[in-house]
Design a protein around this ligand. Structure first.
Ligand SMILES: C[S@@+](CC[C@H](N)C(=O)[O-])C[C@H]1O[C@@H](n2cnc3c(N)ncnc32)[C@H](O)[C@@H]1O
Length: 299
């Protein structure tokens, strides 16, 4: 199987470079408002896909088990350091194209600010549909190619790609913007049932952010978010989707599965999980499960 390209954040300074003191409180708060509105506030199992350094982790405190899943071990270590010892949080490194979980496990799935790194959205959605438990919800945020700025730039001939065509645009290597209709279509093809969208970050303009207090901008954004049901012109869009009804429910007690052969992993050895199906050994150290690549076989 050809593995799709992956945007690797290992060792990245994403937290300090993009968020810390970078004037993005408005975006952070507007995203949290949308998430709170769309996500069931409590439940048993939740997974965040591409959780990074755990920016949104405190939104999940109503859940019994929260998996922070990301390709970057170093960002997950940051999350771990920031959240401290809390048995609800489980840190898992791996790729969203080969998720190390049994089918039908997660009641709630969230994914914010990460799908723009997905070179193969159908493959990602197929994996999410597999680990989704029927009756649950997937809350996805995506970067919207059909946003007002892109439309104006295109009409003024300052941008070559069209915001109106449905196909994703890779505007910088491994950074994609998506059309809302295309995302809905892909979700349906994977078996999800998308609901009314919420548009977010309507006022993402440096001048507005400078002139108006953040709380006022966030309040205005919250008022504007429900208009996403009818039209989507903001740079960020949230779509809630019901999990596929045809997916199965995980058997009680089962959790991890080998990302290579999908057999359930039941034994935790010394610092590793051994797959009874293909003998791969997967690492576990200092509270982090590592499914990026198997441990070398002992000589
Ligand atoms: C822009 S960051 C967003 C982090 C977090 N969601 C937030 O909003 O703060 C994108 C994240 O997606 C993760 N990512 C990219 N490709 C991935 C893949 N194939 N599997 C798992 N995570 C991936 C990166 O490691 C990175 O942490």
């Amino acid at each position: 199987m050809d593995t799709p390209r992956i945007c690797d954040y290992e060792g990245s300074d994403y937290h300090t470079r993009f968020w810390q003191g970078q004037g993005r409180d408005y975006e952070d708060l507007a995203e949290r408002a949308a998430l709170r509105r769309l996500m069931p506030a409590s439940g048993d199992t939740l997974i965040e896909i591409g959780a990074g350094f755990g920016r949104l982790a405190d939104e999940y405190r109503g859940y019994q088990q929260v998996v922070l899943f990301d390709y970057s071990r170093s960002l997950l270590r940051e999350a771990q350091a920031h959240l401290g010892p809390d048995p609800r949080f489980i840190y898992v490194a791996g790729s969203w194209y080969q998720m190390p979980f049994v089918s039908g496990l997660f009641q709630t799935i969230t994914q914010v600010r990460t799908i723009h790194h997905a070179a193969d959205v159908p493959a990602l959605f197929a994996e999410l549909a597999r680990i989704a438990r029927p009756g649950g919800k997937y809350i996805l945020e995506f970067a919207n190619k059909h946003n007002l700025k892109a439309i104006l730039r295109y009409l003024l001939r300052r941008q070559r790609w069209s915001p109106f065509t449905p196909d994703p645009v890779e505007f910088v290597e491994m950074n994609f913007d998506f059309h809302p209709a295309w995302i809905q279509q892909q979700l349906r093809q994977a078996g999800f049932s998308p609901g009314p969208m919420r548009t977010v970050s309507h006022f993402r303009l440096a001048l507005l952010k400078k002139l108006l207090p953040t709380n006022l901008l966030v309040a205005l954004d919250r008022l504007a978010q429900p208009t996403g049901r009818w039209w989507q012109l903001s740079p960020s869009v949230f779509v809630p989707a019901q999990h596929p009804s045809r997916s199965q429910v995980a058997a009680p007690g089962l959790f991890f599965a080998c990302p290579h052969c999908r057999v359930s992993l039941v034994t935790v050895g010394q610092g590793s999980l051994t797959c009874p199906g293909c003998d791969c050994r997967w690492g576990f150290s200092d509270g982090l499960y590592d499914f990026k690549e198997p441990l070398p076989t002992p000589a």
